[in-house]
Write a protein that binds this ligand. Structure first.
Ligand code: PBG
Ligand code: ZN
Length: 322
């Protein structure tokens, strides 16, 4: 059937009709809010992150308060990043039972009903800022696995519902699953950063948590932005190793990857709307070049591409928009 019998504009006639015919919706359940918790901050000293206007580093106490406030506004899940006082060669403070993330997990689980997720990586905890153990200027895969597994275990012991390894070492999902199961945490969910690209869009984040590598780059472990087929292999491998949720990161420049993984593998899929994607829009809005509707539109595109979950710094703003 063609024009004039078929008229597509009939279905866009007014807001009510557009509303009932809308294909994609964003709900609070779709969102995960990333939070930065800094060990040596005292209560009340909230540090604004200059490269990410509107985002902050929180002390333990303030993080718990903020989590409670966000839960009242409808937030369902939170992803915690720690900034420790002590760093060393192997990032051993990442698996300190009294570490900043471990304490935050415990308290937030205690005081809210949020789904608590943790970033599992070594880069914030190593002096060299790489996500793995370094030997002779190289990032050593297999030795790193034990450290990552211990980190994930310490988060699970603190009560984390979901652990999210972001290091991109080979075999880490298997190592983490094994360590968790051996210690009775067979219910702890693994959300793996399955396809994490070596992206320039992470720049504001590295500034935020001081985890820029002191030498070289992350291109020997994070993926080449040019590769899509490889992302599917990475995702399949993580599934085989026991990942429950697969993540693509970044989100906006990688919508094709999100769509492919969701369609091919049919498992819960998350996408990380990274710091650069946040700051870029914020800057445009602050300068008056864009309106806030651009936030909704870009989050919608991630969901439309197939992401079930969106990790986004916009989560608090989204909750207030609706
Ligand atoms: C490091 C890590 C990074 C992010 C999360 N975990 C950055 C990196 O790989 O350098 C980026 C988050 C963001 O940009 O929002 N494991
Ligand atoms: Zn890392």
């Amino acid at each position: 059937m063609e024009f004039p019998i078929t008229r597509m504009r009939r279905m866009r006639k007014n807001p009510q009709i557009r509303n009932i015919l809308r294909e994609t919706r964003l709900t609070p359940e779709n969102f995960i809010y990333p939070m930065f918790i800094k060990e040596d901050l005292s209560q009340g000293k909230i540090e604004p992150i200059l490269t990410m206007p509107g985002q902050n580093r929180y002390s333990l106490e303030d993080a718990v308060d903020e989590a409670k406030r966000l839960e009242e506004n409808g937030l369902k899940s939170i992803l915690l990043f720690g900034m420790p006082v002590k760093k060393d060669d192997v990032g051993s403070s990442a698996y300190n039972a009294d570490g900043i993330v471990q304490q935050a997990v415990e308290q937030i689980k205690d005081e809210t009903n949020l789904v608590v997720m943790t970033d599992v990586c070594l880069c914030q905890y190593t002096t060299h800022g790489h996500c793995g153990i370094v030997e002779n200027g190289e990032i050593i895969n297999d030795e790193t696995l034990e450290h990552l597994a211990l980190t994930a275990l310490s988060h699970a012991e603190a009560g984390a519902d979901v652990v999210a390894p972001s290091d991109m070492m080979d075999g880490r999902v298997e190592a983490i699953r094994e360590m968790l199961d051996l210690n009775g945490f067979d219910d702890t969910i693994i959300m793996s950063y399955a396809a994490k690209y070596a992206s320039a869009f992470y720049a504001p984040f590295r500034e935020a948590v001081c985890s820029a590598p002191s030498f070289g780059d992350r291109k020997t472990y994070q993926m080449d932005p040019a590769n899509a087929v490889e992302a599917l292999r990475e995702a399949e491998l993580d599934l085989t190793e026991g990942a429950d949720i697969l993540m693509v990161k970044p989100a906006l420049a990688y919508l094709d990857i999100i769509k492919m993984i969701k369609e091919e593998l049919k498992v819960p899929t998350a996408a990380y709307n990274v710091s650069g994607e946040y700051s870029m829009l914020k800057a445009g809005i602050d300068a008056g070049y864009l309106t806030e509707d651009a936030i909704y539109e870009s989050l919608l595109s991630i969901r439309r591409a197939g992401a079930d979950l969106i990790i986004s710094h916009f989560a608090p703003e989204f909750l207030e928009m609706f």
